[in-house]
Design a protein around this ligand. Structure first.
Ligand SMILES: *Cc1c(COP(=O)(O)O)cnc(C)c1O
Length: 362
């Protein structure tokens, strides 16, 4: 069986250094908000090309902290793509803001920038761009609209560590960006982790306080904050993996290029090739998606659906259930992610291609 994602194998490559980092933290006797997080924050800020990085508990928290730090709340609207992972939308609704869902473009699966401005109202405060599946959004129009209407641009970069638009990395494409280091992401820790990046010193200071009960200096609380910290041990492990991120992304691009060149099946549509993607997932579409998934499983290829049910059809957002977002719904009906990861071997890639090309032939 070719696994969709072999996390053990991914981390095994760094075994020696991960063990050393573990020992270092254990021996230090200091487990929260110490040298390890400081070092990682500086390293990740430099990697993204921004002035500030603040580690936090996970990707959802990163996005929530940004919205909270801006002071957005009930009555405020934030534009989000309708086909995103639910966490982007939860970050908005958890703060009491209203998520305004906007359809994606079928070709890129990213928010349709022609539909953003029509969705702007006097209550709109921000546009949340999601670099879904690892593809960096073309920001040209988003920046224009944000400037014209005085809106903040928030990036959800949880799937796109290292992806670039116009020579700038995600994390440096908006006013503030939320990252996740969930184990399966392109840069993943061994548990939960996240970060906020920004060039806005005031926002950075506020997020830094909010993640630690709202405290600026010890036992002094200008804000009612929360507890959303990145552990020293996770920061230390991330520090081991960050220098390998570009090489891992390059390997993902290599595999994506092979899939795009060698998968030739009239029943299977490929994602548009893009140099701005770090291919967090490689999602094909197929009008017989469930049959394709079953066929691949029967032939030893594990796949995942990102995602089977769109947010507006989820029970938790019952008030949206009778709305219709046709592009989003088609994506959720037809999408299927085939294996892609830095540890997939050339032979495994060939086997995935062979099996996908065989689908429907017998
Ligand atoms: C993973 C993910 C998140 C949430 O990150 P967690 O660390 O799991 O909380 C948010 N948005 C997107 C697009 C994601 O893929």
């Amino acid at each position: 069986m070719i696994k969709f994602l072999d996390l053990r194998k991914i981390n095994e490559r760094f075994r020696g250094e991960l063990d050393a980092a573990t020992k270092r933290v254990l021996d230090s006797g200091w487990y929260l908000l110490g040298k390890e997080i400081e070092r990682f924050e500086a390293g990740f800020a430099a990697y993204c090309g921004v002035k500030h990085c603040i580690g936090c508990a996970n990707g959802l928290e990163a996005l929530k902290l940004i919205i909270r730090a801006y002071g957005f709340g009930p009555g405020d609207e934030i534009i989000v793509p309708a086909n995103t992972y639910i966490a982007s939308i939860l970050a908005v609704s958890d703060n009491g803001c209203t998520p305004v869902l906007v359809e994606p473009k079928w070709e890129t699966r990213l928010i349709d920038d022609d539909l953003i401005e029509p969705a702007v109202t006097p209550r709109t405060k921000a546009i949340m761009v999601v670099h879904l599946y690892g593809r960096a959004m073309d920001m040209t129009k988003v920046w224009e609209i944000a400037k014209k209407h005085g809106l903040k641009v928030i990036e959800d970069s949880a799937q796109a560590h290292g992806a670039m638009f116009d020579g700038r990395r995600t994390g440096n494409l908006g006013d503030a960006s939320g990252f996740s280091f969930y184990p399966g992401k392109n840069l993943g820790c061994l548990g939960d982790g996240g970060a906020v990046t920004t060039n806005d010193a005031g926002l950075a200071e506020k997020v830094r306080a909010l993640r630690n009960y709202g405290s600026d200096i010890k036992y002094h609380f200008p804000y009612c904050g929360t507890n959303s910290r990145l552990d020293e041990i996770q920061a230390a492990w991330l520090g081991v993996k960050l220098p390998r991120l570009d090489a891992d992304n390059a390997r993902r691009r290599e595999i994506a290029a092979r899939y795009c060149a060698e998968i030739k099946n009239p029943l299977v549509s490929l994602p548009a090739m893009s140099s701005s993607s770090v291919w967090h997932v490689f999602a094909v579409t197929c009008s017989m998606r469930d049959e394709l998934q079953q066929y691949l499983a029967d032939n030893g290829v594990q796949t995942v659906i990102h995602y089977p049910i769109p947010p507006h059809k989820q029970p938790c957002y019952a008030e949206w259930n009778d709305r219709s977002y046709p592009v989003t719904e088609r994506i959720h009906r037809e999408i299927l992610s085939i294996p892609i990861s830095p540890v997939l071997t050339d032979d495994e890639v060939s086997e995935v291609i062979r099996v996908v090309n065989e689908f429907g032939k017998r």
